[in-house]
Design a binder for this molecule. Structure first.
Ligand SMILES: Cc1cc2nc3c(=O)[nH]c(=O)nc-3n(C[C@H](O)[C@H](O)[C@H](O)COP(=O)(O)OP(=O)(O)OC[C@H]3O[C@@H](n4cnc5c(N)ncnc54)[C@H](O)[C@@H]3O)c2cc1C
Length: 380
């Protein structure tokens, strides 16, 4: 795919930042402690990355989706968790506000999010409502000028340090399934909110994930986001963009794994010659590179079609997420195999990349959910 000079220049800048700033020390520390790196985030904010997709009038860069994809790809190529650092503010956090926030809500939240001064997270999943997010139990009832929220969300990325959360709650419990759900912008310091202990995760260390509990949390009606009872549609629309973000993250991780595998296969000598001289190894590399290229074409095309307003773009978003996530796992598996026993040792980056890849086919809709979306569109 031929990209204009503008995008190649942007790629160079993102790559340069990633290779300079995502040092081995930071990567090892984030993986070991799981703690969020505020200093790194501030640097990303300084360059405008935390608000790349947020329009200029709200303090962001106003970039298009392709730019956003290239950024996510280049960051994940070096340190996959870094893509979450930029996906959460640009997509999951700002997305619903940009889609249906009032001017007052946009002005109150977005400039600080774009500047990296405040963190906003996306709180949809619940212990009993994952793939079937519409079956949520969290509810909000009207009380004078307020809503009172009760319930519990789980697996919320960034919850332990969040300033705001976009929270989904049932406002009409007489309506079944995903109907009767509303969105709220909730200040995480509101009395009645508590976050659980960060989960000990398999990968993507450095972006803590936890529960959020709501115990009679009072939220003024001015923080209802979008029309009452119609919030779930916005969640799905937000997840379209989010899915492309995960596809770009998958693409970048796979590219990083491929480069590691190529380098190692040229250096490692067994039976008197570099292991890449064996067709079993060189063909694995050819297969990895081909799959990555296929995913790249899909992701860039879907991004451009999203900005062009192409109808039913959600199907391609699901295809991209499904294919790229599964592809990244295949590539990480093969790359680690090329490293042999060393690939199993933490000192080698490929060990972490392999663990990081595993989340891609799970969050923002599992691979099976993407298959449901794709097949549902084809078979309706
Ligand atoms: C690290 C991490 C970060 C996350 N961040 C966030 C976040 O910021 N905000 C947020 O709201 N959520 C977040 N999530 C939640 C994530 O989106 C859910 O975990 C995911 O949607 C799957 O839900 P579940 O875990 O309940 O699995 P389940 O829905 O219980 O699914 C279990 C298995 O059953 C399969 N399955 C379920 N239904 C069907 C079906 N009808 N047909 C075929 N197969 C099916 C699934 O594909 C899966 O393989 C995060 C999760 C993790 C692990």
């Amino acid at each position: 795919m031929v990209l204009s000079e503008k995008y190649e220049m942007l790629r160079k800048n993102f790559r340069n930042f990633a290779e300079t700033e995502f040092t081995k020390e930071i990567q090892d520390r984030l993986d070991a402690t799981g703690e969020f790196d505020e200093e790194l985030y501030a640097k990303m904010a300084k360059y405008g990355f935390t608000g790349v997709k947020i329009p200029r009038e709200y303090g962001g860069q106003g970039a298009d989706t392709l730019t956003y994809m290239i950024m996510g790809e280049e960051f994940a190529r070096v340190m996959p968790v870094a893509t979450i650092y930029v996906n959460t503010p640009n997509s999951l956090g700002a997305g619903p506000i940009l889609m249906c926030g009032t001017e007052e809500q946009k002005q109150a939240i977005l400039p600080d999010v774009a500047a990296g001064k405040k963190h906003i997270v996306f709180a949809l999943t619940e212990p009993g409502a994952g793939s079937d997010a519409g079956s949520m139990q969290t509810y909000a009832v009207e009380d004078g000028d307020d809503y009172i929220i009760n319930g519990r969300k789980c697996f919320i990325s960034g919850a332990p340090f969040a300033d705001y959360a976009v929270v989904y709650a049932k406002t009409d419990r007489t309506q079944k399934g995903s109907k009767g759900i509303s969105m709220f912008i909730v200040d995480m310091k509101t009395p009645g909110i508590s976050t659980g202990k960060p989960e000990a995760k398999m990968g993507i260390g450095g972006y803590p994930t936890s529960d959020i509990s709501f115990d009679n949390v009072r939220v003024n009606k001015k923080w209802l986001l979008g029309p009452k009872d119609k919030g779930f549609q916005t969640a799905l629309k937000t997840l379209n963009g989010g899915r492309l973000g995960v596809a770009a993250q998958s693409l970048g991780l796979a590219q990083g794994c491929l480069e590691e595998a190529i380098k190692y296969s040229k250096e490692r000598v067994q039976f008197g010659r570099p292991i890449c001289k064996n067709q079993a190894v060189s063909f694995a590399i050819a297969e990895m590179a081909t799959e990555i290229e296929a995913a790249r074409c899909m992701v860039y095309t879907a991004a451009q079609e999203m900005d062009a307003g192409v109808k039913d773009n959600y199907i391609k978003c699901a295809m991209c997420k499904y294919y790229a996530a599964e592809m990244a796992n295949r590539v990480a598996y093969k790359a680690l195999q090329i490293f042999g026993g060393y690939g199993y040792i933490k000192e080698y980056k490929i060990e972490r990349m392999y663990r990081d890849a595993r989340i891609f086919s799970i969050y923002e809709g599992t691979s099976q959910v993407q298959q449901m979306v794709i097949s549902g569109a084809l078979l309706h």
